[in-house]
Design a protein around this ligand. Structure first.
Ligand SMILES: C[S@@+](CC[C@H](N)C(=O)[O-])C[C@H]1O[C@@H](n2cnc3c(N)ncnc32)[C@H](O)[C@@H]1O
Length: 296
């Protein structure tokens, strides 16, 4: 499981994997499309794919892109055998904030950042030294644990606009949350053009199976359908306040929601319930898990 990151999907990765592979099977009759991730971050869902499907050999090549150069440098370095240190002082954190792009920045400015918001204030300021040390070690262990699953990844740095998915790639797009726009500290979250994003997803959906993670709301264009959602109540705050009801959802273009298409057995209910348990452990109050009425 990857480190804490703003908008990271570690809590939902198992359930999203199940829903995506179910749709993949219904649309292609197989489960072996390569995966393209235009907004990789800490890659919770993509790492779930690698762990589950790429155990013995690369059944799926995973192309992982992010506009954040530091984050991509971190992943490339981990792939080459680099590991971060197990602790980070506030002085070092502050020094990194003004340093050139590097793997260190990618790791420490995420793992030690308040709220997991890249480059925000040093989390240790609000913690006891023991707590900070424990969480730092935890983050170190998490990245170490995923290294064996990086073999089938290719990393790219740039805007998602610059690379179309290749023919036959399935897309998992997890852009900055619409509701995260006021996290002013992170430029990658504030400069995002949502109209351009949905137009691009519509274009890609003509040739590729594209899944989009977003919270449900009026900002979602009508031709994108929610195929999975999980209602949660945040009992822990975020930088923004963040408490309250949310609907974490997965969208797909309506052209892929076909009646009578091939389907495999229902998605693994056990895995979805594991995801619920995990959410509860994280301090969420899980109301219900259901498929939307638009689902087959
Ligand atoms: C919600 S986060 C992805 C979280 C990820 N799924 C995880 O589990 O950690 C969104 C990511 O999109 C990246 N991003 C923002 N604007 C981008 C753009 N124009 N092109 C590519 N990546 C972008 C951010 O740097 C951030 O890593």
């Amino acid at each position: 499981m990857p480190i804490r990151y703003q908008g990271g999907k570690q809590r939902f990765a198992k359930a999203i994997y199940e829903v995506m592979t179910d749709y993949e099977y219904r649309n292609t009759g197989k489960n072996k499309l390569n995966l393209y991730s235009p907004f990789f971050g800490m890659g919770a869902v993509e790492l779930e794919f690698s762990r589950r499907d790429n155990d013995e050999k690369c059944v799926r090549t995973i192309t992982a892109n992010d506009i954040n150069e530091d984050v991509i440098l971190m992943w490339e370095s981990l792939q080459d055998g680099w590991l971060p240190k197990k602790t980070c002082s506030e002085t070092y954190y502050k020094k990194l904030k003004t340093s050139d792009p590097s793997a260190e920045r990618g790791f420490y400015l995420s793992a030690y950042a308040f709220g997991g918001v890249f480059g925000s204030s040093f989390r240790g300021k609000y913690q006891t030294p023991e707590q900070n040390k424990r969480e730092g070690l935890n983050a170190y262990n998490k990245v170490k644990e995923v290294v064996p699953y990086l073999d089938c990844f290719k990393f790219r740095n740039g805007s998602y606009i610059k690379r179309m998915p290749k023919k036959g790639e399935m897309v998992y797009a997890d852009p900055p949350y619409y509701s995260s726009l006021d996290y002013g500290v992170n430029k990658y979250l504030t400069d995002f053009d949502y109209d351009e994003f949905w137009d691009t997803m519509r274009k890609w959906s003509k040739t590729n199976l594209v899944f989009i993670s977003e919270e449900k709301g009026k900002h979602i264009p009508k031709d994108f359908i929610s195929i999975w959602e999980l209602s949660t109540t945040r009992t822990v705050g975020s930088l923004k306040g963040g408490k309250g009801k949310k609907k974490e959802s997965l969208f797909i273009h309506k052209r892929y929601v076909k009646k009578g298409s091939k389907r495999r057995e229902s998605p693994d209910k056990e895995k979805i319930s594991e995801c619920k348990e995990y959410l509860e452990d994280m301090g969420y109050n899980v109301k219900k898990t259901r498929r939307s009425k638009n689902d087959l």
